[in-house]
Design a protein around this ligand. Sequence first.
Ligand SMILES: [Zn+2]
Length: 143
Amino acid sequence: MPERIQPEQLAAYERVTDDASDGPWEATGDDHGSDGIEYGVWSPRSVQNGEYIAELITSEQPEADSVFIATARTAMPKLIAEVKEIHATACSLAEQIRRVREQHPREENASGPVCGGCVNAYEEPSAWPCPTIRALDGGEPGA
Ligand SMILES: [Zn+2]
């Protein structure tokens, strides 16, 4: 599993994304004949000024790298927003699961471990783990 992005790192990614020139950026190659092909990345404003955002002259893969740079300008804000949304959803779900688990505590009685939150068809405490806890733990509730 890859290392998780920490909030400080995400904030740093957001800052550099916000500070960069407005997008979308476009990657282009200019063929200079025997002098080779020059790859560049343009923004809407840099095109007006006739200047590149980035000019790739030393890269081993100038075409692929210029496309990557241009794509990053559009992708980074979307990925940052998606990561924030997924994180908020995960935190919300974790809190909901915590509250459900609180309602189904493991307790001990004469017959062994039981759920302190629910009963079976005979109005007796459900055997541990109860269907709710089994479902939360990834098992089949009725198994
Ligand atoms: Zn239960």
